[in-house]
Design a protein around this ligand. Structure first.
Ligand SMILES: [Mg+2]
Length: 168
């Protein structure tokens, strides 16, 4: 289903080099709000180091954010030393495809990570990229996200039920 992620984990830091190799992923597209930073623009401990470690292993990165706040997205990109696209209008494909081209990779070698099904996951799936859903860093979120959360929760719950069934 277009709305289901290929993988679901607590945090970006759960994405390991072994996991990426296993799925033939050479580049990662990152969401910003609630995936990398919280409401107060703070990174969670270990996130910057996580990017550095994967970079050393040859993984490429690019930020694709729906935020229209250039200064904020630029700050995150500069801290991580990776390219960025902001005001991306996910789930439209444009931002994802620009990022893929920036990393000079094919879609099958790209994973896109984010905390929202309606933008990050649907967009990645539409581009046939490997989609990874992470738990939002803080529940303290912008107004629009709060409206969408109850729907997302229902979809995530049914997704978890489905994969549980498949494992049995
Ligand atoms: Mg987000």
């Amino acid at each position: 289903m277009l709305v289901y992620p290929d993988f679901y984990c607590d945090s970006v830091r759960d994405i390991t080099i072994e996991f990426l190799k296993e799925h033939n992923i050479k580049g990662i597209i990152l969401d910003v709000d609630n995936t990398l930073i919280d409401y107060y623009k703070k990174f969670e401990d270990g996130t910057v180091e996580w990017v550095e470690t994967l970079k050393k292993a040859g993984i490429k990165f690019c930020i694709v954010s729906n935020s229209n706040k250039l200064e904020k997205v630029k700050y995150v990109a500069e801290t991580l030393k990776i390219p960025f696209f902001y005001f991306a209008k996910k789930p439209l494909k444009t931002g994802f495809l620009k990022a893929k081209n920036e990393m000079q990779l094919e879609v099958e070698n790209v994973a896109a990570v984010g905390d929202q099904l309606m933008t990050d996951i649907i967009g990645a799936n539409r581009c046939k990229m490997f989609s990874i859903l992470v738990k939002p860093i803080a529940e303290q979120d912008i107004f629009i996200t709060k409206i969408k959360r109850p729907i997302e929760k229902r979809i995530i719950d049914s997704y978890l039920k489905k994969i549980k069934k498949e494992k049995v």
